[in-house]
Design a binder for this molecule. Sequence first.
Ligand code: SAH
Length: 494
Amino acid sequence: MEKNELYTVTIEDMSDEGMGIGHADGMVMFIKDTVVGDVAEIKVVKVKKSYAYGRLEKIITPSPYREEPFCPVARQCGGCTLQHLTYEKELDIKKNKVLNCLARIGGIVNPEEYFEGIVGCDSPYRYRNKMQFPVSVRDGGNVVGGTKDHFDAFSCRMNTVLGFYAGRTHSIIPIEDCKIGHRVNKCIITAVSRWADKYHVTAYNEETGEGILRHVLTRVAFRTGELMVCLVATTRKVPELEKFISELSREIDKFRAGGNNIKLKSVVLNINREKTNKILGEKTILVNGQDYITDYIGGVKFQISAQSFYQVNPVQTEKIYEKALEYADLKGDEIVWDMYCGIGTISLFMADDAKKVYGVEILPKAIEDAKKNAELNEISNVEFFVGKAEEVVPDWLEHRIGDYDKNVSKIKKGVDVVVVDPPRKGCDEKLLDTIERMAPSRMVYISCDPSTLSRDLRILLEKGFKLEKFTAFDQFSRTMHCEVVTLLTREENK
Ligand code: SAH
């Protein structure tokens, strides 16, 4: 196989990156913008030892699962990868991916027997509560992908543009409305562009390090309708900020007049002077209103600031936590550990049904928020620790650090339910050893990567845990990511 050769390929599967997978000339081929079921003419762009990448030239027979992308820049944008696939098929692919991983990596025979199904989003669009748009200018900026048609589709014809990075680059594809985010973003984008053009607020240039506006971060609390807009700039001396507030308020008022219950609660300015890919700098200054917005997950209230970690699909998050709570089967007198607890969302969600919940998280800032959130909700039966779970929990087990009641009769075992919600790389093996020693009667494993989940399940099953059931959740529609909530029990405690 040589570069630039043309082949006709039938797409048999989808890769983790959302590319179509097929075969040609004895090689596995990865082809972006194709979907399972397509027959396509492709051009070879890169050849490796046993696989190759192709570029879609022409669809010969479209897949029955193919759908017209909803976004004019679907092909260029580095965000969604599954826009040209029906949502039904997307869920089916995710389900199969989970089952395959559990069988292949986890060594679980007939995983379907434990599977309670995949819970999709009510709609695969408009689910994100947070967006981060890099800023550039059409004129001389690092802007790509904007065909004339693409620009002509914009209702706002400003020089300053907000957008997304094109796949694997830092070139910016201007957008006006991203359909996985809230509709209000369009008003924010319009207001920022108009204001920056009018008052000559320059866009940051990554190469020269010059310019003022780097990013615009937006957050909407879905349950309360509260909106935060955070401008990320290289200086605190951003000109005419009060003009920005009026421009933005005008746009939001128009939006509200259309029957939307969005309230502009917070405008903040984050300062980032570093030459870095990190979006936010350390310092955030209040510009208007308050420096946080309030949202709820279940009955638990959260104050979210520009820097806070907060789940980006709140509707699915609530369903995931409900399932975790169901699997934990709390009666009110249990000791629970919530490992990788972030800002304490799961701990607080479960506290009402447990005797005591301990949380551990590596980021000190997240634990600060967790403590604040506990206070805000007047929840006192939780305790949080900062550190690596694989270090803090063994230490707790050994020395009973913190306020653990040393006299409770359950001292030998001490822990009834363990919840883990690790990042993609899964749990540290030392932590799994510790959980074995804790011998909880129930363990709920919330995972955002079915392959590391499967690897860890294999270990846990060898340690005597038993797989009871699992449910998959689609939290990031139009991308290949998939969450899984799993219940494990310990046979001797049943
Ligand atoms: N349970 C939370 C957050 C889950 S995300 C929620 O539902 O919102 C995973 C979290 O694990 C992140 O907050 C990350 O900072 C944290 N983390 C990563 N490695 C860790 C480790 N070794 N020990 C403890 N926490 C860790």
